[in-house]
Design a protein around this ligand. Structure first.
Ligand SMILES: [Fe+2]
Ligand SMILES: [Fe+2]
Length: 263
């Protein structure tokens, strides 16, 4: 089984012409163009949050149009730049208990989409209500392979701001909750605008780059985010018969330039 992850498109409405000289809307359209060309057999496309840059109506309207035109199954979650109520007015089908959290069962696998948004805050969290929902899903599907999607990084990423002011505040509660369930195979997240792979308690994790701007890996920088011009990516995740994942990150903006080479 194959699925695709797009992250952090930061779509804009008309509040500003571009982000760091980049047109986020164009880059998201290019990502979908590439996915349709190369991965039309993917079961779905997950978008792991920061769908909009400043939660404008026009940004969500744009997302709605791009998703509709793609004719793919697309499952979005929220990031710290999003707002639930505005998102819900465009996408009502992803709400459970008032949050944007939901479960998709595909073949014999289970995909859980979490809502880590703490509105108007850069950090993420799971409140009691969301923890209860997650616990319930884990119990219901304890005999299936489970794959989790969330915006905020549930592990340290080594970047000062991301691991302090913009981190996942309920990290310990989250991992305690997951601990008894050995059927959880993989977590896909966004937020850090970088490719990162890790593992914890036998669960593999990864993030992919934003479709718009990236965050430089400067571990000693304690002041602010440094954005840079690394190319956008989307991730291609294959699940094998044992439920294990294989993740590729694809730079799609110049994907038609091929060379014959040797490895
Ligand atoms: Fe982001
Ligand atoms: Fe974020």
């Amino acid at each position: 089984m194959k699925f695709i992850q797009i992250s952090d498109p930061h779509l804009i409405g008309d509040e500003r012409p571009s982000l760091y000289g980049i047109n986020p809307n164009f880059r998201l359209e290019k990502a979908f163009e590439s996915i349709k060309k190369w991965h039309s057999d993917a079961k779905f496309v997950a978008i792991t949050g920061d769908l909009s840059n400043s939660a404008s109506d026009l940004a969500y309207a744009k997302l709605q149009t791009v998703i509709k035109n793609s004719k793919l199954s697309v499952y979005p979650i929220l990031g710290n730049h999003d707002k639930r109520d505005i998102f819900k007015s465009y996408f009502s089908e992803f709400t459970n208990d008032g949050f944007i959290q939901y479960t998709k069962k595909i073949d014999d696998k289970v995909f859980l989409f979490l809502d880590t948004l703490a509105e108007d805050k850069p950090y993420g969290e799971l409140c009691d209500s969301r923890i209860k929902w997650l616990k319930n899903q884990l119990e219901i599907y304890k005999d299936k392979f489970i794959y989790i999607f969330m915006h905020h990084h549930p592990i340290s990423c080594g970047l000062h701001e991301m691991d302090t002011v913009a981190d996942f505040k309920t990290r310990e509660i989250f991992w305690d909750l997951l601990k008894p369930y050995k059927n959880i195979k993989h977590i896909s997240f966004g937020h850090i605008h970088r490719i990162m792979h890790s593992s914890k308690n036998g669960i593999s994790l990864h993030s992919t780059r934003s479709t718009t701007f990236q965050v430089a890996y400067k571990p000693d920088n304690k002041i602010e985010y440094l954005t840079n011009e690394e190319n956008p990516t989307y991730a291609i995740i294959n699940i094998n018969k044992d439920g294990d994942t294989r993740v590729h990150h694809h730079e799609y903006m110049n994907e038609d330039r091929f060379y014959l080479g040797e490895c």
